[in-house]
Design a protein around this ligand. Structure first.
Ligand code: ATP
Length: 361
C-alpha cells in the first residue's frame, strides 16, 4: 500500500475552550486520543461536537487551552500546516472537477510529482471502491459515491488524523448502514486515527472504539460503547443511550449500591449510579425493552395505555401514569388503548440517578 498515514502516539486536548461572545460553546475539554483509535463525539444538537472538531482541524481558533500532537503544539498552526483530513456532511466536493481531480486536489496543492500523485489517487480510488468512476463529475454520482470521493480526498494526503463531521447524515437509511461499514473498513485497512462527529447513538455504538459524550460544551462521559451502553454515569448520558423512560421519585433507601424510590406511591428499586441520599429527588431510568406488561407488585407502576403499534415481532406502546410520566414500552401482547396496565422492570435493569442540578437533566 502506498498510502501511509503519518504516525504519532497521541492527540491531546488540554482544557480546550471556545467562546462565541458570551456563549461558552466548549468548556475545558480534556481528551487524549491514541493512535489508531476510532473516537465518536456524540451528543445532542448544539452540545459542541462540530466546534470541537473544527478547533482540532484549525477551522476555528480555540479561546483557551491547547491541542497537542505528541510533543508539538498544533492549535497555533494553520489548518493546512496541521494537515488533518476532513470529511463533511455536505461532501464539499468541487463540482467542476472530476472524481480523480477532486481526490488529487490536496496532493496537487502540495506540489506532489505527477507519477506519485497518480499512484496515490489510484490507491485511494481502490480503497473506497470507486475504480471506473474516476472521470465522472460529482453531479453524476450518487450520494454514497460522493461521500466515498470525499473520504478518498481526505485520506490521500496521508493525514495523521481523519476528522469526520456527520458524514452520513445526507444519505438514506440503507446507504447509511452500508457506508458505516465502509468507513470502519477503511479506518481499519489504513490503520487510521479517526474522530467522528454524530448525534446518532447507533452510529457511535457500532463504529467507535471509544465514545465521548458532550453536553453544553462539557465532556460528560468517555468510554467504550459497552461501558456507555451498560453503565451510563449520568441521566443525560443514559437518555442518549436509550433509557427513554425517566421516572422522578423520592429516595426511600440506599443500600449496597441499590436504591429504592417512591414513584407515585409505587416502590421502584434499581442500581444507584450516582451518590443518593434518602429523602432527595432522583430518577429511575429504564429502556423500553426492559419494561414488561405485568401484574401489580414490586417494581411495577400503573399506567394508562395511549397507543399500541404492531411492529412484526412485537408491539410498541406508549402510556402515561397518573402523575404524568410518559412511557414507551415493548410488548408481545396487544393491549387496548385506554386500558390500565402495570409496567414492571427487573431491578437490575433500572438505573437510578440523582436529580440533575443547574437545569441539566
Ligand atoms: P449540531 O449537531 O446541531 O451540529 P453541535 O453539537 O455540532 O450541534 P456546535 O455546532 O458545535 O454544536 O455548536 C455549539 C454551540 O455553539 C451552539 O450553541 C451553537 O449555536 C454555537 N455556535 C457554533 N458556531 C457558532 C458561531 N460561528 N457563532 C456563534 N455561535 C456559534
Amino acid at each position: 500500500m502506498t498510502i501511509a498515514l503519518s504516525q504519532f502516539d497521541e492527540v491531546r486536548l488540554d482544557r480546550v475552550s471556545r467562546d462565541f461572545g458570551a456563549l461558552n460553546a466548549l468548556r475545558d475539554i480534556s481528551l487524549t486520543i491514541r493512535r489508531r483509535e476510532f473516537i465518536a463525539l456524540l451528543g445532542p444538537s448544539g452540545c459542541g461536537k462540530s466546534t470541537t472538531l473544527n478547533c482540532i482541524a484549525g477551522l476555528l481558533p480555540v479561546t483557551g487551552g491547547a491541542i497537542w500532537l505528541d510533543k508539538s503544539r498544533v492549535d497555533t498552526l494553520r489548518p493546512e500546516e496541521r494537515g488533518f483530513g476532513m470529511v463533511f456532511q455536505n461532501y464539499a466536493l468541487f463540482p467542476h472537477l472530476n472524481v480523480r481531480q477532486n481526490i488529487g486536489f490536496g496532493l496537487k496543492m502540495r506540489g506532489t510529482p505527477k507519477a506519485e500523485m497518480d499512484r496515490k489517487v489510484n490507491e485511494a480510488l481502490a480503497l473506497v471502491r470507486l475504480q471506473g468512476q474516476e472521470n465522472k463529475l460529482p453531479g453524476q454520482l450518487s450520494g454514497g459515491q460522493q461521500q466515498r470521493v470525499a473520504i478518498a480526498r481526505a485520506i490521500v494526503i496521508e493525514p495523521p488524523l481523519v476528522l469526520m463531521d456527520e458524514p452520513l447524515s445526507n444519505l438514506d437509511a440503507k446507504l447509511r448502514l452500508e457506508m458505516r461499514a465502509e468507513i470502519r473498513r477503511i479506518h481499519n485497512e489504513l490503520g487510521a486515527t479517526t474522530i467522528y462527529v454524530t448525534h446518532d447513538q447507533d452510529e457511535a455504538l457500532s463504529l467507535a472504539d471509544r465514545i465521548v459524550v458532550l453536553r453544553d460544551g462539557v465532556v460528560r462521559q468517555v468510554g467504550t460503547p459497552k461501558e456507555l451502553y451498560e453503565a451510563p454515569a449520568h441521566l443525560d448520558v443514559a437518555d442518549f443511550m436509550g433509557f427513554r423512560n425517566k421516572l422522578k421519585g423520592k429516595v426511600v433507601a440506599v443500600e449496597n449500591g441499590r436504591a429504592v424510590l417512591d414513584v407515585e406511591g409505587a416502590r421502584i428499586s434499581g442500581v444507584a449510579r450516582e451518590r443518593l441520599s434518602p429523602g432527595s429527588s432522583a430518577y429511575a431510568a429504564i429502556r423500553p425493552d426492559d419494561l414488561e406488561v405485568g401484574e401489580a407488585g414490586p417494581n411495577a407502576i400503573a399506567v394508562t395505555v395511549d397507543t399500541i403499534e404492531y411492529r412484526g415481532r412485537e408491539f410498541v406502546g406508549t402510556a402515561h401514569s397518573a402523575g404524568g410520566f410518559d412511557f414507551v414500552f415493548r410488548s408481545h401482547q396487544a393491549v387496548e388503548p385506554g386500558s390500565t396496565v402495570y409496567l414492571r422492570a427487573d431491578d437490575g435493569r433500572v438505573l437510578v440517578f440523582a436529580e440533575p442540578t443547574q437545569g441539566r437533566n
